[in-house]
Design a protein around this ligand. Sequence first.
Ligand code: ADP
Ligand code: MG
Length: 408
Amino acid sequence: MSDRKARGVPPGQWLGVLGGGQLGRMFCHAAQVLGYRVCVLDPSADGPAGSVAERQIVAAYDDTQALAELGRLCAALTTEFENVPAASLEHLAWQRPVRPAAAAVAVAQDRLREKAFVRTCGVPVAPHAAIATAADLGAVDAALFPAILKTARLGYDGKGQIAVADAAGLAAAWQELGSVPCVLEKRLPLRRELSVIIARGSDGATAVFPVSENEHRDGILAVSVLPARITPEQAERACAIAGAIASRLDYVGVLCVELFELAGGELVVNEMAPRPHNSGHATIDACVTSQFAQQVRALAGLPLGDCRLLAPAVMLNLLGDIWFDAAGSERAPAFDQVLGVPGACLHLYGKAEARPGRKMGHVTVLGQSADEAMARAARVAAILGMELPALASAAALMAEPTGPAGTM
Ligand code: ADP
Ligand code: MG
């Protein structure tokens, strides 16, 4: 029903977003560029999206009165994070088109369902076992170790995960995670981490961004390189996997599929996110259409935009850590110097308080070549006192002499 209703939500109308974090904030920016007004529903009054949205409803995600108010105001609704209760999306869908649909979000909310679903698409996932009860602990295949125990639900940025070397450590790890339903996943030898961001319209049309190559630190995305340094055949395979998943889910909106590339080149799906993704932030500055603009277009039933890359890019995530020196004293990051690096595009999310591990912003660094973008990104990292991206090759670091900023 929602597809017919949503076709052609014209600019000037209200779009609604569940969640008020940085993804919601960047959704607002993109929607406003196209002349939409945005209402954000979030339990917290001072989130990054609330301050840029035209309206904010401060309420719990399952507050039926608040949902009804959002539904009355907005012509179509989306979510900016996957842990919004699927029931709330379903509830809203009685009133208005909701994209992605609750059913698709529900698959991504549960690692076990997600893995089973990906397999039905003919795509491999890491060998794993469900740990639902204490009885499951003893029945685990020894071949799964060394492994990672992950909570089936609500995990993000490496939270809700414990490395487990062998069967002896499993029970304690499960207890530490609260004895909630988990998935025990074989730790795979990764050659590379990749992600594909795909947009799919209600008419089934798709648009796929160039594959991104990602480096994580402590379970949190640190660096993304766009485009990934893989062969065209490998990129085609990665995009085909994302396309198969999106179409089988009958997905409408922006979907991110995280992939592992193994030593032999085999691609394995790690997980998916039913929304724009951190690894796609470079699309804002580096592509004709950003992932957030695609989210707006798919939501409003407009034609999807061109995903073409305009320049090679490296995105550095800015965590709260860089607001502190080695002794733990607060300091102001030298953003003025960052802005002096050619091709550096700084995005800050307006969060009042910096905390270690908290996502405060990102810098996308563009170059004429991939090496130039990487060399500039290495300069930005050095200015901010961040660890250099491991993805940066020594050759790339030599590629550019110190530029006009002269800060290094
Ligand atoms: P989150 O939901 O927190 O992003 P992920 O499942 O994506 O959780 O795990 C975070 C990171 O941990 C991955 O990007 C990868 O670097 C590492 N990781 C997760 N699962 C595996 C695995 N099976 N083998 C090797 N590394 C893994
Ligand atoms: Mg992940």
